[in-house]
Design a protein around this ligand. Structure first.
Ligand code: F6R
Length: 609
């Protein structure tokens, strides 16, 4: 989830690009860089860390020119470092890239066989090598970019400039965003509107598998392997702040809506339907450890702990490995028994949570193998681990975790299928069915997100209560816990998640007309049991909001308010069912006027004990 800014026109470009990158820093801040064509030479300056470091590097090595491009990086392939910073330059061709290439290992091997050497660990450098090789045969930059794009698979928004072509910037997109800004005698391109909104509000949105050629006079768009396309610019009326949040009121709402795309990124290049498995080399776990593992221990805090609880269910059911889930703060405090055959999996968005990090150290001292599931590349927890499985969700700005939760679930599900296959306990047709089901989830998420007005209405009602219960069974019990946590942390309403079967052992005493109960009850093998629990609540005057499968007839007969989700494989309901609960908490908080993105007393990364 990196940020790209390009400029070609009559003004000096460095400040325009730097200012644009500042507005994109929310997309990543591991390193930054800029390439400028001064009419004769193509020069690159890069720096590790935030943009201020690039500013300092540019003071030492100033650049001048009216054609250039910049990049702010969110690391995916290759740790944050100056060498891995974009632009990548090979023989007078500079490239910036946002996205993930699926066939990069294969292409890298092929390029290395020609004797070429790589100066970074990134997948992006492949573009620079291949384009410069293509230019040796045919000097037309557009033809070279086209030829290379026919060879790569995966997601990309790229911008390319070449020393031999001082009057053009070539950009292309597939699955990663790119917008062209049309000025007066100048043309821009960027990953997102805020980067260029100060200069123009006339924008052209590129679609997947399109390539555009930018000149100072304008632009032309083409299908990557086809004809030119005519597209008129749209006028954007957003303010700069609105634009940063993609037009949403809060980052949290934006991140909730990003989930289908994030899930696709987390799966990208890892799920193979033909092989009915998950690509081993990208799972961070070698084959031997996968077969040998006797017990898994998941370590996490907060929302990541809830994802781990669902993960336990999958790991035990699909991979048949006994699995325990531990709150990291408790684990590290209680002299746990660690076995060298344990596979310990810390799950953490930030990769920096101190309790999880310290718990990892305890497990490591006991001789366990450690596989981190983390979002931030090369953060402390992956660094302390033997292998890492990254979630590729991009920076999460809202303090309440949403997109990283569903990305963690996706990673855990892929891991369970992977282990099940490697250990020989999951049959190929079943693995195939599960992975096909997983690949369908982003489209189903979009259905929920596109039809959320009803949830907003329910939230208006819920906002007047001071308590709320959330119920679920089996792998949806952790989703009840997560729904309750979201309501607590952003709407400041006391909420508790309970396993529905536990109601009669105590909490049912709380039920009356002042106690709303949100029941997560899609149509699965627990449906009849949980319907019974709903009857018990209704009989005591409780008010029920049921999150159920669209078209479920049994719910028609119950006096409940409904939130419908589409049908999917029952194992995958947690990933879908959490979305209405995130939206419900969001809208309640918004009605109450709380500080949704930065709720009181909370920090995004908890690095204090
Ligand atoms: C809740 C939330 C927190 C985090 C927890 C762990 O919305 O975000 O509960 O999940 O602090 O953080 P990470 O995953 O960064 O270790």
């Amino acid at each position: 989830m990196c940020g790209i800014v390009c400029y070609i026109g009559s003004r000096p470009c460095v400040d325009i690009i730097l200012q644009g990158l500042t507005r994109l820093e929310y997309r990543g801040y591991d390193s930054a860089g800029i390439a400028v064509h001064d009419g004769e030479m193509l020069k690159v300056v890069r720096a590790q860390g935030k943009l201020v470091n690039l500013g300092t590097a540019l003071e030492k090595t100033p650049l001048a020119g009216k054609l250039g491009m910049g990049h702010t990086r969110w690391a995916t392939h290759g740790r944050p470092s100056e060498n891995n910073a974009h632009p990548h330059m090979v023989n007078g061709v500079a490239v910036v890239h946002n996205g993930i290439l699926e066939n990069h290992l294969e292409l890298r091997r092929e390029i290395e066989q020609t004797g070429a050497t790589f100066s970074s660990e990134t997948d992006t450098e492949i573009f620079a090598h291949l384009i410069s090789a293509a230019l040796e045969k045919n000097p037309d930059l557009v033809a070279a970019v086209r030829q290379v794009l026919s060879r790569v698979t995966g997601s990309y928004a790229i911008a390319v400039i070449a020393k031999s072509d001082p009057g053009r910037v070539v950009v292309a997109k597939n699955s990663s965003p790119l917008v062209i800004g049309v000025g007066d005698g100048e043309t821009f391109a960027a990953s997102d509107i805020p980067a260029i909104l100060k200069h123009t509000n006339r924008m052209v949105f590129m679609e997947d598998r399109e390539l555009a050629v930018l000149t100072a006079e304008g632009f032309s768009i083409h299908e990557i392997d086809g004809p030119e396309i005519t597209r008129e610019p749209k006028t954007i009326e957003w303010s700069a702040t609105q634009a940063e949040k993609g037009g949403y009121r809060h980052f949290m709402l934006k991140e909730i809506h990003e989930q289908p795309r994030v899930m696709e990124d987390t799966m990208r290049g890892r799920v193979s339907i033909e092989g009915s498995g998950v690509a081993t080399e990208l799972m961070g776990l070698d084959d031997l450890s996968a077969r040998r593992v006797r017990r898994i221990v998941l370590l996490a805090c907060g929302t990541s702990y809830h994802a781990s609880l669902v993960g336990k269910y999958w790991l035990e059911n699909l991979a048949k490995v006994p699995t325990e889930v531990e709150l990291a703060s408790e684990y590290r405090a209680r002299n746990p028994l660690v076995d060298p055959n344990d596979l310990v999996i810390p799950v953490s968005q930030s990769g920096e949570t101190i309790d999880t990090l310290e718990a990892v150290k305890v497990a490591k001292e006991g001789g366990a193998s450690i596989l981190a599931i983390a979002n931030v590349l090369d953060s402390a927890i992956p660094r302390a681990s033997d292998g890492s499985l990254y979630t590729h969700a991009g920076p999460e700005i809202g303090v309440a975790s949403t997109k990283c939760f569903t990305a963690q679930l996706t990673a855990l599900f892929m891991l369970a299928v992977h282990l099940g296959r490697r250990r020989g306990v999951l049959e190929k047709p079943r693995a195939r069915e599960l992975l096909e089901g997983l690949l369908k989830i982003p489209a189903l998420m979009r259905e929920i997100l596109n039809d959320s007005e009803h949830i907003e209405e329910l939230a208006r009602e819920l906002a007047s209560y001071s308590n709320c219960l959330y119920l679920g069974r089996r792998l949806l019990f952790p989703i009840a816990l997560e729904g309750a946590l979201k309501l607590k942390e952003i709407a400041y309403i006391h909420a508790e998640g309970y396993a529905a079967g536990e109601m009669k052992h105590g909490p049912i005493a709380l039920i009356d007309e002042n106690m709303p109960v949100v029941v997560v009850m899609p149509t699965d093998s627990s449906f009849n049991r949980i319907s019974g629990n709903v009857q018990e609540v209704l009989a005591r005057g409780g008010r029920v909001i049921a999150v159920g499968t669209r078209g479920e007839k049994t719910l028609d007969a119950l006096d409940v308010k409904r939130i419908e989700i589409p049908a999917c494989l029952q194992e995958l309901y947690p990933i879908l069912a959490v979305i209405p609960l995130q939206l419900l908490a969001y809208y309640v908080a918004d009605f109450k006027g709380t500080d949704v993105d930065q709720p009181r007393n909370l920090a995004k990364t908890v690095t204090v004990e």
